[in-house]
Design a protein around this ligand. Structure first.
Ligand SMILES: [Zn+2]
Length: 281
């Protein structure tokens, strides 16, 4: 039996280790995580859009990844006067998806034109984790697998839901963020030095490039989603690793592609493309 205390611990661990996504640079604080777990009320803007966007993303992912065993319960919370900080955090547990906003600046942010698209991406990312079935590549250096994967899931679902302009805006911002955060480091090195945003912004590009190349070399597959299904199957009953993900790429695509993905995350100045032409997503 899972006690309430244990559930809180599991949620905090999930948010801190796997899925915390502050909108702006800032520390992820345990008090903010605790509030996210405890508060259920939400700002109308967030709640309305959550209800409007989440079902479409989930329908798209269900078609590709299979239905979830249970209908997930969304939780949205909004803390306009936190003790400190400003940001947004999301997380998932089996059957549950969370989003928490904190900080006095959010009313102003919500009035900006790009807010709805940004929030839609955030929901798509969290919905992506639901269909990843809480599978995470262990170790800090493997975070590009599940966080970059959830970002790529979000990009694909946003396009499918007619939000291409918003998706392209987020991708462009990620390209700039990755370049800035990575600098001369490898993705592995940056993640090893706790530059966790690299898992999202650079990981998005790795996974989108991978999806494009998979659809070229394995046209009968569903690209990145097929790799994820294989990744989930082959790591049942144990903690999956980055090597498991690379093995799944080799299974769906080929060994050369897996080796090139490995190079992309372990060598400096990655180009985020696998072919000379027509490979940009
Ligand atoms: Zn995430």
């Amino acid at each position: 039996m899972v006690t309430a205390r244990l559930r809180m611990t599991v949620l905090a661990a999930s948010l801190l280790a796997g899925c915390a996504t502050p909108t702006f640079d800032g520390p992820i604080t345990p008090p903010a995580v605790a509030r996210a777990a405890m508060s259920i009320g939400a700002n109308d803007t967030i709640r309305t859009q959550l209800a409007a966007d989440l079902p479409g993303f989930m329908h798209d992912f269900a078609d590709r990844m299979g239905a979830l065993p249970e209908r997930p319960m969304p939780f949205a919370s909004y803390d306009i006067r936190p003790t400190d900080g400003f940001g947004r955090q999301g997380g998932t547990l089996p059957g549950q998806v969370f989003v928490h906003f904190y900080g006095e600046a959010w009313p102003g942010e919500m009035a900006k034109p790009g807010f709805a698209g940004d929030l839609a991406w955030h929901f798509a990312h969290e919905a992506g984790h639901l269909y990843q079935h809480q599978v995470y590549a262990t170790g800090d250096q493997g975070a590009w697998v599940h966080e970059g994967g959830a970002e790529a899931f979000a990009a694909i679902a946003m396009h499918a839901q007619g939000k291409s302009a918003e998706a392209n805006s987020h991708i462009a911002a990620s390209v700039a963020d990755c370049k800035k955060k990575l600098d001369a480091r490898t993705i592995h090195a940056a993640l090893g030095e706790a530059e966790y945003r690299v898992a999202y912004s650079c990981g998005l590009q790795v996974n989108l490039a991978l999806d494009v190349e998979l659809r070229r070399v394995a046209p009968a597959s569903d690209g990145l989603f097929s790799v994820w299904r294989r990744f989930q199957e082959q790591s049942k009953g144990r903690e999956p690793t980055e090597d498991d993900f690379l093995a799944a790429i080799a299974f769906i695509g080929n060994a050369d592609l897996a080796a090139r993905v490995c190079d992309m995350v372990s060598k400096p100045s990655p180009a985020f493309t696998f072919a000379a032409a027509n490979s940009q997503w």
